[in-house]
Design a protein around this ligand. Structure first.
Ligand code: NI
Length: 252
């Protein structure tokens, strides 16, 4: 079994969403919301498919329609047993420098929710390493997944020391991702969560095309090559990591 710990499954992105989800029926998908609409969609998918779990929350570049009332609706849905975390949340100074203050405020509110409901958080951080680290230092008690990790080896090590898991996706399979391959080679597999971030960032050999959760197997394959271990070993350990990170109660 393999677990895609982070992806987006919107009808707008997939004409054949049912098929895309069924492609993973022997595996587990954790779908992620980025605003109220997509979070409510995640809840629908979780209720419909046994093998789909979800995280819900407000992404830092999706704050146009953010209100405290909308966040309250997200909070009210955290009791759904298939909702296994808050996400994706975080900071993005690449696209959203002008609303930094709002990003930080909404990020902290959602980390407080994660603490209150004892849920893990899935974090997006782009061009915002220092602020993200600074904020996370106040939340060392939380289980954190730094999704689609894109920072340096030093930051990876600092995060791992804080108990943060490193989310690794299709970017790892790109020829020019030498820095990321080196990080994966050096860190222990126990710190890694597999993900796709579908529909974005499809791995080689599908680079540039639409990604889907099933392609998480190419990420596992790349890790097995880098670490010189079997794909089965990668799947076994990363599945264990994901089950414990998100406290998954798998009905199988
Ligand atoms: Ni994402």
């Amino acid at each position: 079994m393999i677990i895609d710990t982070h992806c987006h499954l919107d009808k707008e992105d997939y004409e054949n969403l049912e098929e895309i989800i069924n492609n993973m029926k022997d595996n587990i998908i954790i779908a992620s919301g980025v605003d109220l609409r997509s979070s409510l969609n995640v809840i629908k998918l979780c209720n419909k498919y046994d093998h789909v779990y979800g995280t819900i929350g407000y992404h830092p570049t999706e704050l146009d329609e953010y209100t405290d009332e909308n966040l309250k609706i997200i909070e009210d849905n955290l009791s759904n047993p298939k909702i296994v975390g808050i996400g994706e949340i975080g900071l993005d100074y690449h696209y959203g420098k002008e609303d930094k203050d709002l990003q930080i405020e909404v990020f902290k509110k959602q980390l407080e929710m994660a603490r209150k409901y004892k849920l893990p958080a899935v974090i997006h951080s782009r061009d915002a390493a220092q602020d993200t680290l600074e904020i996370l230092k106040d939340y060392k008690d939380l289980k954190i997944d730094m999704h689609c990790f894109s920072y340096s080896k030093e930051i990876a090590n600092e995060l791992i020391k804080m108990g943060v898991k490193i989310g690794i996706g299709g970017v790892l399979t790109f020829k020019n991702s030498l820095k990321l391959k080196e990080i994966v080679n050096e860190i222990d597999l126990s710190n890694i969560l597999l993900e796709t971030d579908s529909p974005y960032l499809a791995p080689t050999p599908y680079r540039g095309q639409k990604n889907q959760p099933l392609y998480v197997k190419y990420v596992a394959e790349e890790i097995s090559k880098i670490k010189n271990i079997s794909i089965e070993e990668v799947e076994k350990i990363t599945t264990f990591n994901a089950v414990s990170q998100f406290d998954l109660k798998i009905k199988k």
